[in-house]
Design a protein around this ligand. Structure first.
Ligand code: NAP
Length: 303
């Protein structure tokens, strides 16, 4: 903190709680490495204080902020402009302050696309993809896939209405064909909808697990899934990053699929935010090491 001066550009993260965030470590390591006079600060913002906090981005002339749980949706209505991905997904995770104009972006989706290229060698235009879940992360991923040329997105969610809503959004606003897949429980061989799952998994090369099942506090929980329908042509990404290998990933790997966790998406959403704020190429490897250090500590602590 000795390096903070009167000229330091300040950015940060709004969340509640925010103490768990890895972003300060990632961004401050990047600023230090590049010798940039910037600092990244966590701000614990209660939901009722969010409008005041967003106004403070202008009042305090912050360069920008990340926005995390539980504010990503509400904040989309509090900024001056929205990027196409933020407008479509209805969620903002990064605000850029350009001379008092606040633009909301959603770098989660683009971060996911970057990590697909980097880790799995998959680049757009993408083939058909199956998404498990229809919450905020699923929306970001589905919109990013659709905006990056995915021909087809299939959404399976516990609450069917939310899957249908997400499909409507994709069908109305993009050239991608979206359809919902019935997911009332284990799509076992005897189930009426088993053939639909077999057909879906026969078409897709990518499966994205976006529910919180299997994360540290729900370790061992496995989304109901017909693992026997997977093969070595499937890439599976589980957005959970702690633990590094979820029970779901283990089952998918045993069935032959190539599996990746959500750490890459977490890194790349930060890389894109960094570049939006600073206009400078992010030192990706420095950020990756900083993130990995945080993840190692968290995984050792078992929290
Ligand atoms: P969210 O908006 O609350 O959505 C949760 C989704 O999971 C919903 O579709 C929900 O289904 C489903 N779900 C939850 N429990 C379930 C269960 N027991 N059985 C079946 N479905 C269940 O949460 P989110 O913001 O999308 O986050 C989801 C996960 O993604 C979290 O683990 C989060 O850490 C992770 N994530 C990772 C990154 C990254 O950078 N790697 C970024 C964002 C999020 P219903 O609609 O039926 O409730």
């Amino acid at each position: 903190m000795g390096r903070i001066s009167g000229k330091t550009s300040v950015c940060g993260i709004f969340g509640y709680p925010v103490g768990h965030s890895f972003s300060p470590a990632m961004h401050n390591a990047a600023f230090d490495h590049l010798g940039l006079d910037w600092a990244y600060v966590p701000f614990e913002v209660r939901p009722q204080e969010l409008p005041a906090a967003v106004a403070a981005v202008k009042a305090l002339n912050l360069a920008g902020v990340n926005v995390t749980v539980p504010h990503k949706q509400v904040v989309a209505g509090l900024v001056d402009r929205l990027s196409p991905d933020a407008r479509l997904s209805g969620a903002v995770n990064t605000i850029v302050n350009s001379g008092g104009i606040l633009t909301g972006h959603n770098t989660d989706g683009e971060g996911f696309i970057s990590t697909l290229g980097e880790e799995a060698g998959m680049r757009g235009p993408f083939g058909p993809a199956l998404i498990l879940g229809a919450g905020g992360a699923a929306r970001a991923v589905a919109v990013a896939l659709a905006l990056n040329g995915a021909a087809e997105v299939i959404v399976a969610n516990r609450t069917g209405e939310r899957a249908a809503e997400l499909c409507d959004l994709i069908n109305k606003h993009t050239g991608c064909a979206a359809s919902a897949l019935n997911w009332p429980g284990l799509p076992g061989r005897g189930a009426a909808h088993y053939r639909d799952w077999a057909s879906a998994l026969g078409r897709v090369g990518l499966v994205v697990q976006t529910t919180p099942m299997g994360m540290h506090s729900r370790d061992g929980e496995i989304p109901p899934f017909p693992f026997e329908l997977l093969n070595d042509g499937h890439v599976v990404v589980d957005l959970v990053y702690n633990p590094a290998l979820t029970a779901f990933m283990k089952r998918c790997r045993a069935a032959g699929a190539r599996v990746f966790n959500g750490a890459g998406m977490l890194l790349h959403q930060g890389v894109i935010a960094f570049e939006l704020w600073t206009g400078v190429s992010a030192p990706v490897e420095i950020m990756r090491v900083a993130l990995q250090r945080c993840l190692d500590v968290r995984r050792q602590e078992g929290v």
